[in-house]
Design a protein around this ligand. Sequence first.
Ligand code: CMC
Length: 428
Amino acid sequence: MSKTATLEINGQKHDFPLITGTENEVAIDIKTLRGVTGGVTTIDPGYKNTGSCESAITFLNGEEGILRYRGYAIEDLAEKASFLEVAYLLIFGELPTRVELDKFHADIKEESVVDDDIKKILDAFPKAAHPMGVLSSLTSALTAFNPSSVNVDSEEDMYRAIVKIMGKFPVLVAWTMRKQKGLPLDYGDDSLGYVENVLKMMFKKPNQEYVENPILVNALDKLLILHADHEQNCSTSTVRIVGSSHAGLFASLSAGISALWGPLHGGANQAVLEMLEAIKEDGGDTKKFMAKAKDKEDPFRLMGFGHRVYKNFDPRAKIIKVAADEVLGDLGIEDPVLDIAKGLATEALSDEYFVKRKLYPNVDFYSGIIYRAMGIPVEMFTVMFALGRLPGWIAQWKEMRTRKEPIGRPRQVYTGENHREFKTVDDR
Ligand code: CMC
């Protein structure tokens, strides 16, 4: 294969190196484009064809439906690993030994107390505030209570910052839900596993002994693993670009949470459940909503369908579909919304519009059904996504900072007015 790509502009030929990733993905390295062409740039709204970085964290092949973290298949990790092992793998590059895992968990627990003054900030939010807005604000507020800058050249500093956020974030997640439900705030129980503790912090009632449900622990562990990273998506790119200005880790993560909130990204899990509920309320006619999704005059989209990268089945959706069946079966829940979801999926998979555009159910199509079965309020679904995505964001931020990547600063093609004479207000 050729090692360069040649671009001809105004009769001049320019060669650019091709770089090949470890999975044989090829990219044209255009770092010198503007310099050698005297200012020509590229344009790619939505970055559909633009690689923003080289990364050794997650491999995704959308055509074949492959997702791997640090080389390990998502199917293996979801079945055989714990969320904390996966977090360690993503952040540090290798699966931990038992000793490393125990130390990681112990250090996280050591850092899992959030300054009590954060409660005052939480107090100031109205109960009806969306939990994603609250979570983003509280994450950013952590900066005020902890050193905001990390010496990225110090492994110890980096490690401390990482265990700090891994410890405090689940507390903030639980508090956003407890605030909404009017429950007293709690710091959890550090004798428990990471995910067990999350559930206890979320659900423990002040007047009852908390009884753990291993089915829910297992299901949440799996969901968090499936959401843990997804290479350069909207929120991850946000974390990297905010961090590239050397803004602190907490501020970068807070920006990532805001990016995740949107219904085209992480907010889709909430939107899916609201859509399924609306279909149920409307009498359950899935065909009617399929027709709306296909009508170009109608802004309605089938939420939980389609993906920027997967043009084949989302491998995470396959695993979650099975998990949803298991959790509902184990808990003895019959959810009519699951039947509507299955009906929609069956219809879409054989519908010409969806088949032609390669629109398959994505990870968020089924995750909300499991969250609902767990008793998690709909508005908290995207917060749960953020909890899962945290190690991915950290890993990507760490990679970007330790590789000393330059500040993210895209170009544009200006299409506005040319130079105009200024007229004072009375002359206009
Ligand atoms: N329902 C109906 N039509 C759709 C849908 C959908 N969910 N998704 C895409 N299309 C159509 C779209 O109208 C377009 O049709 P045409 O070629 O005739 O103009 C075509 O498919 C391509 O769509 P696109 O918007 O150009 O694709 P994209 O890569 O820019 O968008 C997406 C990807 C995920 C934003 C989009 O599929 C979507 O809005 N899906 C619903 C929201 C959703 O479920 N998001 C969660 C994604 S998974 C979680 C995560 O990682 O964030």
